[in-house]
Design a protein around this ligand. Sequence first.
Ligand SMILES: NC(=O)c1ccc[n+]([C@@H]2O[C@H](COP(=O)([O-])OP(=O)(O)OC[C@H]3O[C@@H](n4cnc5c(N)ncnc54)[C@H](O)[C@@H]3O)[C@@H](O)[C@H]2O)c1
Length: 251
Amino acid sequence: MSTPPFAGKAILITGAGNGIGKATALHLASLGAVVGVNDLRPNFVDATVAAIAEAGGQAVAVTQDVATREGMYAAVDTFAAAAGGLHGMVNNAAWVRYQALADIAPETVDRMLNIGFKGIIWGMQAAAARMEGPGSIVNIASAAGLRSTPSSIVYSGIKAAVMGMTRAAAVDLGARQIRVNAIAPSATPTEGTMRNRDADRDAHRIAQTPLGRLGTVDDMARAITFLLSGESRYITGQVLSVDGGISTSFL
Ligand SMILES: NC(=O)c1ccc[n+]([C@@H]2O[C@H](COP(=O)([O-])OP(=O)(O)OC[C@H]3O[C@@H](n4cnc5c(N)ncnc54)[C@H](O)[C@@H]3O)[C@@H](O)[C@H]2O)c1
């Protein structure tokens, strides 16, 4: 039997209790990684860890709010100690509200910035501090960082910043052979996005998407896995659009 591609690799995923993070955790575990399952909701963490164990994989529960620097370091350190190191990090957790310009409230901006902007900085900082050899960090940006939908000023701004921070961190960490990349997903149905879903808008998006469908969490998991793997070993500082082609089309 051949060795699974991620055997011996310890990878932490923030916000892995649901959606894209959960799908990525399951996929990486199926490829042999020891996966750190972070979320602030313990029942979500337990469900992801149980699903991985049921499928024969290895996971470490890391229940922690990573919206503060202390919380992020606690999550990274807990996982690295339990797994015996850190080779990969996926900065995925987010808290999102869409508000029209006139309605944007200071507390909404602060909360979104804490996890979506500062959380990326602390996640990269803590991961780089724990990585002893080559590593790979994947930040989750969004198609909204390139093109915007209504009422997404804060979200689009944060996700554009994630792209910039990804490129800059790749420059700083390259000499240590730590690669930093991002994916930019288009609309991907998850429980977390259900409250913002609109059937007419989804139909319009599908009509504009060359591949003719919305993305799935599994589509995102596969792209993240590629960027964590040795298959992408000479790729750093890049933002990979995982969007069925919608960001490049005029349909
Ligand atoms: N789903 C989409 O359409 C879409 C599109 C583009 C980008 N994205 C991005 O992908 C990422 C994942 O999105 P999703 O739709 O899977 O989200 P989701 O809401 O389904 O899951 C996010 C998880 O993060 C957890 N979380 C939130 N704040 C946290 C914190 N402070 N500490 C720890 N855990 C926390 C939540 O409990 C939740 O389980 C986000 O960065 C999002 O902006 C999503």
